[in-house]
Design a protein around this ligand. Structure first.
Ligand code: NDP
Length: 336
């Protein structure tokens, strides 16, 4: 069983020797436990702050511990009547090939395969990031027809779901993404009304031109220069679901960086609404997964993915994702 473990806490960008692959024994299952084989591993931005020694909304990963992460896995051994050999689940396995856990552990969900929905979509647009985009937009943003919605990291799994959901709700949707290829995809494939390339060097003016009626909802994924460009365009009564701010995740000291909270606090009234999927809408997990999976199957929810082959390529893929090298959901195919 190969596993990727935290050896040193990265300072800034992850360096050689910070995350290391090791052989780890697979624990034999006790009563009520199962062993699962990881098929697909999800790489998500939140993993980077958890490598720091600072307590966020979740505990830091310990030194020598396996890096946290959600996967689609298949049960290969079972001592429980809740899950049988062959069943597919999403679970927080961490970055490793096999994992042992109690069948009734929290955050373990059966995957009921659906035609037209690839398994790995349950880690992306029909999974945690998708539910994040959906809940953050619908329950925090509360979109009304005709409103202008701006979403950053628009081509990623969260942004993809935010924008296409807002279109279904009758909004005008403007994405912000890095580079012409991602912007073209967001408009032509996903059906956003416009997409601003924040790397093109003209962010403030381009965003203003794309939002002639101002901004009613800004779905925050990135922070930094994008937030500063958005702030002056927010209309009275605007909502800003603060989902994340990935531009700061590689900072040596996240308490030193300018966060969206600093930028938005200057506005009156303050429009920010911080939320966390895992603490707020866990009870709606199945209902929202079903909505998103049905939209994927029906072709209403389109998306891209980038696949790294094998656990040995996970670290490079993760480093790349924090810099936007991924195009759509970043996954690792761990085994067939
Ligand atoms: P993505 O797949 O979109 O990956 C991150 C993207 O961020 C990159 O592809 C890149 O896209 C963009 N990016 C990186 N650096 C910068 C920068 N300096 N400035 C602007 N953009 C940058 O990630 P997800 O869709 O999985 O996640 C999006 C956000 O949602 C993250 O902030 C994440 O932490 C948050 N999140 C929050 C949850 C919650 O419960 N609150 C749950 C899940 C996710 P590009 O090339 O376009 O720049």
């Amino acid at each position: 069983n190969r596993a990727v473990v935290l050896k040193n806490r990265p300072e800034g960008e992850i360096q050689e020797g910070d995350l290391v692959m090791e052989e780890r024994l697979v624990r034999a299952p006790g009563d009520g436990e199962v062993v699962a084989k990881v098929l697909w591993l999800s790489l998500d931005p939140y993993m980077r702050p958890r490598m720091n020694d600072a307590k966020g909304y979740m505990d830091p990963i310990g030194i020598d511990e396996v890096i946290v992460g959600e996967s689609v896995a298949q049960i290969v051994e079972s001592r429980s009547d809740k899950l049988k050999v062959g069943d597919l689940v999403t679970c927080y396995s961490g970055w490793q090939e096999y994992v042992t856990f109690p069948a009734d552990a929290p955050m373990v969900y059966r995957v009921r395969p659906k035609e037209g929905v690839p398994l790995q979509a349950y880690l992306g647009v029909a999974g945690m990031p998708g539910r994040t985009g959906y809940c953050g937009l619908m329950y925090v943003g509360k979109p009304q027809p005709g409103e202008t919605v701006v979403v950053s990291a628009a081509s990623g799994p969260v942004g993809t779901v935010v924008g296409q959901t807002a279109k279904i709700e009758g909004c005008r949707v403007v994405g912000v993404a890095g580079g012409p290829e991602k912007c073209r995809f967001v408009v032509e494939e996903l059906g956003f009304d416009a997409c601003v390339d924040y790397k093109a060097g003209n962010l403030k003016a381009d965003l203003k031109a794309a939002c002639p009626d101002g901004i009613d909802i800004y779905f925050e994924n990135v922070g930094g220069a994008v937030t500063r460009a958005v702030a002056p365009l927010l209309n009275p009564g605007a909502r800003v679901p603060i989902c994340g701010y990935v531009s700061a995740y590689n900072a040596k000291d996240m308490t030193e960086v300018e966060t969206p909270f600093h930028v938005l606090k200057a506005l009156d009234p303050v429009p920010e609404h911080r939320f966390f999927l895992v603490t707020e809408w866990q009870d709606r997990h199945q209902e929202i997964t079903d909505i998103l999976a049905s939209r994927v199957a029906g072709g209403e929810l389109k998306y891209r993915e980038t696949v790294a082959e094998g656990l040995e390529n996970a670290v490079e893929a993760f480093k790349g994702m924090l810099k936007g090298k991924n195009f759509g959901k970043q996954l690792v195919r761990v085994s067939e």
